[in-house]
Design a binder for this molecule. Sequence first.
Ligand code: AMP
Length: 282
Amino acid sequence: MLIAKTIAEARAAVAKLRAERHCIGLVPTMGAMHAGHLSLVRAARAHCDAVVATIFVNPAQFAPGEDFAKYPRIFEADCALLEAEGVDVVFAPEPAEMYPAGVTTVVEVAGISDRLDGASRPGHFRGVATVVAKLFNIVQPNHAFFGQKDAAQVAVLRQMVRDLNFNLELVVCPTVREPDGLALSSRNRYLSPEQRQQALVLNRALRRVEEKIAAGVIDAEPLIDLGLAVLADEPDVRLDYFRIVDPDTLEDVSDVSAGALVAVAAVVGPARLIDNAVIPPR
Ligand code: AMP
């Protein structure tokens, strides 16, 4: 496995892969690998002839006061896991490599970037779209793999790929969970055992809403009320949002009959956690 620290090294490594093999899969991450990340790598291996993973804690997607400085950085352990999964190239630049002095261009996916997490984290999706566009241009993958766990990110990036005519396919992989339902996240490391227990309420609220939908309730209002009632069981969990939205536009829907995304975000102790459930069309 080759580790590229500069854009020039990454481009050279990818050019070599492309000369030898047809299809290149890209898995962008911020590191602190868990089984969710590795599921993306496995999907990339299954779809593509070569896999490029990136590890970059992107300063542009963190607001002042968020966890950029304390975000877990365990580069050697991450590389060992990626190598064991058969990744061909890891691209792990420093911030100054991606954002040298004088860079002024950003990618703004208007409208959709202000919804869900974008409403609570202004500028977050501008940072995400900008760095992902740069990674797409550097690696020029045929397929790029993202997790359904970050459903709003998927919606923003789909729109960006469409609008900017990136010549690649986004592949969205299902959320990987702990046996008790907690969605895997690098930020779960921040939780004490008690907070980890409290965090289970996110998934519990989603499951209860899914059960109600399966029982025939389609109106968003009573479904949201149910989710909020379940979340209220854990007073130490500070709710950010619990919404039922169109998975493509992230706008609220009044019922789930055409398919919907039930999305939740909350702060548990030091961690802001998100989770969601995809409701298929009736
Ligand atoms: P991150 O390192 O948190 O930026 O995540 C990198 C990629 O892994 C993103 O596409 C995430 O959506 C995806 N991911 C994170 N957690 C999970 C999970 N529990 N299951 C599946 N994919 C995930």
